[in-house]
Design a protein around this ligand. Structure first.
Ligand code: B3K
Ligand code: ZN
Length: 876
């Protein structure tokens, strides 16, 4: 990209209220695959809050929208009275109150960016967040312009018997030439990003939900005919979500109908359009034989997340896109708590934290690091990040900890009632929490504006004579792009003390005697005192991961073993186990790099052995404790990433564990292998996860190959089937290729299963690795237009160390080629694919140079704003 084309940066500090408002939006769609006509009739007026009363009307547009006509109050504007500037429609002279009518023509079939109105299979669907509506018609496409929408859809009756939009259906009818129409009206004002339309030949299941005030809501889920047997679990999840939101947040559903539609081609997981959620089929469909337990949990979580947005996002929305975490962070927190209530809370917390520490921490340490409320962006689509979502959720969780359950609920009630129907900011959210609780959140607010992961360094001191225990905590947030100085944050740290004999001590902190205290770290350095401490203790720090920080305390192995067995905090028990494995692996990585023989210390084996023998533990927790830290997490922890060394160290440790614990693992496998018919219940899932964790180790040993084969042959569910196949492939069993081929022929008619196959194929170590992956791209199973397939293929590639991180640079070159090609079709997806390359500065020198070279090569191409922003920032 050359200098003159450089896209501009948008700043939060430049925010201004909209110059015009749109009270009503009436849309008429005459659908056709290649030429859909859209007529928008907008009731507009100047915004009395905007200072300049002469400012021209500028409506956002997209490059592929063809303007047919524009009229003000029935006066057809001649070309001299409007202009198109950078895709925007500019009308210089307008009355203060007027009706604007715009006719446009769009081509959904040619829309490969999957934003706006597009085709997926044989249906029409939309995706408007963040700025997709402007690809449908000219509009004030910003979240603080809220309008009442009425949508008329006209289409051929034969091909599109089902026609849906937001709100309630108010009229239907038959037209000439085999066409019909439906009119939908949404009584709630909303920004254009929540607009949705679907038309197709779809099957549906229906149900009803009676709300807390006794209103009956019609629930409808739509899929293509062949998938309609796979939405019962989603429907059940929806009803549980509706009930949970009433019980926990007092939030009732507000329309007469709630619809959900599954589509195959979708850029992300799902979208919370008012009354008409649209889902990636991978987040809605579930059946025992085609979906793993993780898949079921994902469906449950995403259905809940999108439903919860009805309040946190739709009824109260964002003023501008810098405030994205206002709805996303809060809604992720809500869905995490829902899943915790439906399943095991501690297992859920462990999974969420493992993900945050791996992926969000890496983002926060890289060139795209940004505050939860970013201060600027080039392309908003690039800011649907783990920082905005996951770290944003951690901020809300910390508020929950600081305020306590009851005051937090008062705060959320106040927030919803104070701002119902408004577009607001993260500061408004904090103000409601502060006003309802009386807790001062001035310093806490820095969490929204300061990027980077704080590091806490903790030391302890015990005075036996005084029975006094001290913890000294230092906080330090590393420098991030454009933020050279960092301020002290208000960090809640939950702690307990475990006596050396394993008892949990009751201690006094600030006059309160308890087994657990929440410390308020507000200074750069602070010492906390505990009195009445009868014996020396091991601190259980940051219980439940009470803040999104890195923790440094010099635990020795014996102390970690003590926490693993005696801490009452389940999260910290897991964390101690993980830390033990991390220490072991970091030592092994150094040995690999130094070319030394690899040695495994005894403590981890001992720790794993005792977990495997402890019948009191939840099998799901045991499974998590047995899972070795991932290569991605280790990459986050080391100074310089050597993917080959990390892989060798992990392989060695896994083999050692498998050999030394083989009897215990086998016993565990059989104990958790049950014959009941499949059900996605927490109890069954826990047993399956432990059984398959054991299988993962056992499969390393030649003698257990038949066990893997048996499980594959006998499995009646995808969790077991896929675990066996995965184990065979990644342990290079001689049958692996045949198994993969059989799996494909068995499942070639199930797109979502085929995607799992694609991932395994691409991840398989093989002498012709890269060529095989290239061949996959011309396989029937692949389609460059389908984001799920791209994600699967590249997910596999990312795990395939030999191919992706090949020292000849061919893996990176392949990825760069794909990014360049895809950027012309779907910039959002292309931009996401850049993520591994953004980490180039942290790679070992020979790989770092190769990655940089590919980034430079991408940079020299004509690029979308999306890819430009990520690549330019990575190279800065
Ligand atoms: N709000 C949508 C995300 C839209 C992403 C647009 N690039 C889904 C969600 O977070 O619920
Ligand atoms: Zn969301």
């Amino acid at each position: 990209m050359n200098d003159t084309q450089q896209p501009s940066t948008i700043y939060l500090k430049d925010y201004q209220v909209p110059p015009f408002l749109i009270d009503k939006t009436d849309l008429v769609f005459d659908l056709s695959a290649t030429a859909t006509s859209v007529t928008a009739t907008l009731s507009m007026r100047r915004n009395p809050e905007f200072p300049d009363t002469t400012t021209p009307l500028v409506l956002h547009g997209g490059d592929e929208v063809k303007l047919i006509a524009v009229a003000i109050d029935d006066y057809q504007l001649p070309e001299a009275e409007y202009s198109l500037v950078d895709h925007d429609l500019v009308v210089t002279a307008t009355p203060d109150v007027f009706t604007l009518t715009i006719e446009t023509l769009i081509n959904p079939q040619a829309n490969t960016r999957l934003e706006g109105l597009y085709r997926s299979s044989s249906m029409f669907c939309t995706q408007c967040e963040a700025e997709g509506f402007r690809h449908i018609t000219y509009y004030l496409d910003r979240p603080d312009v809220m309008s009442i929408f009425t949508t008329k859809i006209i289409a051929e009756q034969g091909a599109y018997p089902v026609m849906l939009a937001n709100g309630n259906q108010i009229e239907t009818g038959i037209l000439e030439e085999g066409k019909h129409f439906a009119v939908w009206h949404d009584p709630f004002p909303k920004p254009a990003y929540l607009f949705a339309l679907v038309a197709g030949d779809l099957a549906k299941i229906t149900d009803t939900f009676t709300t807390m005030s006794g209103k009956s809501v019609q629930l409808e889920m739509y899929t293509e005919d062949h998938n309609i047997d796979k939405v019962d679990y989603a429907m059940d999840s929806l009803k549980r979500s509706m009930k949970w939101d009433e019980e926990v947040y007092g939030r009732e559903y507000d329309l007469d109908i709630f619809m959900v539609v599954a589509v195959d081609d979708f850029n992300m997981g799902a979208m919370e359009n008012k009354g008409l959620n649209i889902f990636n089929s991978s987040c809605l469909l579930a059946s025992p034989t085609t979906t793993t337990d993780d898949g079921y949990l994902r469906v449950e979580a995403v259905v809940a997340h999108e439903y919860f947005h009805n309040w946190s996002g739709n009824r109260v929305t964002c003023r501008d896109w810098f405030q994205l975490s206002l709805k996303e962070g809060f809604t992720v927190f809500r869905d995490q708590m829902f899943s915790a209530d439906m399943n095991s809370a501690v297992v859920k917390r462990v999974e969420d934290v493992a993900f945050l520490r791996t992926a969000q921490f890496a983002e926060d340490a890289g060139p795209m690091a940004h505050p939860v409320r970013p201060a600027s962006f080039i392309e908003i689509s690039n800011f649907y990040t783990l920082t905005v979502y996951e770290k944003g959720a951690e901020i809300v969780r910390m508020l929950h900890t600081l305020l306590g359950e009851e005051a937090f609920r008062k705060g959320s009630d106040l927030y919803f009632s104070r701002h119902d129907g408004q577009a607001v900011t993260c500061d408004d959210f904090l103000a409601a929490m502060q006003d309802a609780s009386g807790v001062n959140l001035t310093q806490f607010a820095r969490w929204y504006s300061q990027a980077g992961t704080p590091k806490l360094t903790v030391t302890s001191h015990y005075d036996a004579e005084q029975q006094n225990y001290q913890l000294t905590v230092l906080q330090m947030t590393p420098v991030t792009p454009n933020q050279p100085t960092k301020l002290a944050l208000h960090i809640p740290i939950k702690v307990g003390l475990i006596g050396r004999d394993g008892t949990e001590l009751t201690t006094a902190h600030q006059g309160i005697s308890a087994k657990e205290h929440t410390l308020h770290l507000t200074e750069l350095e602070q010492t906390f005192e505990f009195k009445g401490v009868s014996q020396d203790a091991v601190p259980s720090l940051l219980r439940g991961f009470s803040a999104p920080v890195k923790l440094d305390y010099a635990f020795n192995s014996q102390e970690l073993l003590l926490l693993m067995s005696s801490d009452s905090d389940g999260f910290n028990r897991w964390n101690a186990c993980q830390q033990l494995a991390v220490n072991e692996l970091l030592a092994l990585i150094e040995q690999v790099k130094a070319g030394e023989p690899l040695k495994t210390e005894f403590e981890l084996v001992q720790g794993f052995a005792s977990i495997l023998q402890d019948d009191t533990l939840d099998p799901a927790m045991v499974a998590l404790m047995l899972s070795l830290p991932t290569a991605a997490y280790l990459s986050e922890l080391v100074e310089e990433i050597d993917p080959q060394a990390i892989a060798k160290a992990r392989k060695h440790l896994k083999e050692t564990m498998a050999k030394q614990l083989s009897d215990l693992l086998l016993a565990c496998y059989h104990k958790n292998h049950h014959a009941e018919p499949y059900a996605p219940t927490p109890k069954q899932m826990a047993k399956r996860s432990l059984k398959n964790a054991a299988l993962g180790y056992l499969a390393v040993l030649e003698v257990n190959r038949s066990l893997v084969q048996e499980q594959l042959a006998q499995a009646d569910n995808m969790t077991d089937e896929f675990a066996a196949l995965n184990a065979a492939v990644h342990n290079k069993h001689e049958q692996a290729d045949n198994m993969l081929a059989d799996f494909y022929s068995k499942w070639s008619h199930e797109a979502l299963v085929v995607n799992k196959w694609l991932m395994l194929m691409a991840g398989q170590e093989h002498p012709q690795g890269l060529q095989r992956i290239k061949n996959l791209m011309t396989h029937d199973a692949f389609d460059l237009k389908n984001p799920n397939k791209i994600r699967s293929l590249l997910g596999g590639l990312g795990q395939n160390i030999d191919v992706f991180h090949n020292l000849d640079g061919s893996g990176y070159e392949f990825l760069a080629d794909l990014i360049i090609e895809l950027d012309k079709k779907n910039p959002q997806i292309a931009s996401r694919l850049c993520t591994p390359l953004t980490r180039w500065r942290k790679m070992k020198p020979e790989l770092s140079a190769l990655m940089e070279q590919q980034l430079q090569r991408i940079m020299a191409e004509p690029l979308s704003k999306d890819v430009y922003e990520v690549v330019a920032k990575s190279l800065t």
